[in-house]
Write a protein that binds this ligand. Structure first.
Ligand SMILES: [Fe+2]
Ligand SMILES: [Fe+2]
Length: 330
């Protein structure tokens, strides 16, 4: 039997067509430097609607591309909702964890944490280099979100005792070329490349984190309530700017970029993105699902990502790369 679910209902935010701006962002399309019609607006509500964080992020999706989410209802249950521990009270502390659960969870949090500081390092040379003031602001916000996520992940790691503390300390020393996941050892070569990375790899992050929403480790589940939406914000920014480079000549000119450059960055990050989900056959992936830490295994997540990104690439007017080309992990 599941224990009662604690539901947090957020207020409905009605979208007003032709609303001139929200949070200072111009929603009119086609103006270089504006968020445009495809703009994504992040509204921070300060009336403590979320369980722990005191604020909640609501996203608006680009018109005509993805369904508009007018309302988000987040549920963080007290009991485990999938896997072998189904119905048990969620785990709150490391002392409650069986060894195998602890090892699996530690590996997941370490992998997650490694991507956060690594991506800040990738973004760093391009901070303040974006072609518009909004680009500069949003990219800086993305880097700040990643650093904050790294900080949160390290706090979770430290709660595991000496082993976790050592892992958290290691992460702070790793530099480009030493990060555990290959995609995070690849530098951004241009502003287009910054956008391409956000378009693909932040969408990877969103799918990964979505798989851990309401997971069996309660402290991680609570963090997902904000992290998941941050990743969507990053990915939506990348998608919109890649589309602008392809379809908005004024923005493309500001970037000094062409449709071919946009295709090149999609081709570059596509195999990296697919590899990031890990091997299809993976005992670790099975354990993560069985223990209620991740809702889906590596291959299922990879296929969900492919469906999502392929449709977006096609909608922009670019070619979906061969899913086998350049792959190193199967
Ligand atoms: Fe992240
Ligand atoms: Fe991100």
């Amino acid at each position: 039997m599941n224990s009662p679910t604690l539901k947090i209902h957020l207020p409905t935010v009605r979208r007003q067509r032709n609303a001139p701006s929200v949070n200072g962002f111009d929603r009119e399309n086609g103006v270089p430097g504006s968020l445009g019609d495809g703009g994504l607006t992040r509204i921070l509500l300060s009336d403590s609607l979320s369980l722990e964080s005191g604020f909640t992020t609501i996203l608006r999706s680009p018109v005509g591309e993805r369904p508009l989410r007018e309302e988000i209802t987040m549920s963080i249950s007290r009991s485990v909702v999938w896997g072998d521990l189904l119905g048990m009270r969620k785990i709150e502390t490391v002392e409650q964890m069986p060894d195998e659960y602890k090892t699996t969870l530690l590996k997941i949090i370490y992998a997650l944490a490694s991507t956060e500081f690594a991506s800040v390092e990738q973004h760093q040379p391009w901070i303040n280099q974006g072609p518009t003031p909004e680009d500069r602001y949003i990219q800086a916000q993305i880097a700040a979100d990643e650093a904050h996520q790294g900080f949160v992940d390290c706090r979770l790691l430290r709660s595991f005792g000496p082993e976790g503390e050592e892992k958290a300390a290691t992460l702070l020393k790793l530099r480009m070329g030493e990060h555990p996941l290959a995609a995070f050892n690849v530098p951004f070569e241009s502003w287009v490349d910054v956008c391409g990375f956000c378009f693909l790899l932040d969408l990877v992050a969103w799918h990964h984190l979505r798989g851990m929403e309401n997971c069996s480790y309660a402290p991680l589940a609570r963090e997902m309530a904000t992290m998941v939406h941050e990743e969507k914000f990053h990915a939506s920014f990348g998608a919109r700017r890649i589309r602008d480079i392809v379809r908005n000549p004024a923005y493309a000119q500001l970037c000094g970029a062409t449709k071919e450059d946009a295709q090149r960055t999609v081709d570059k990050w596509y195999p990296q993105a697919l590899d990031t989900f890990g091997a299809s056959e993976s005992k670790f992936s099975e354990l993560a699902v069985a223990y209620g830490i991740r809702r889906w295994g590596n291959e299922a997540l990879r296929q969900m990502f492919r469906q999502d990104i392929d449709a977006q690439i096609e909608a922009i007017g670019l070619k979906v790369p061969d899913p086998e080309k350049g792959r190193r992990i199967h």
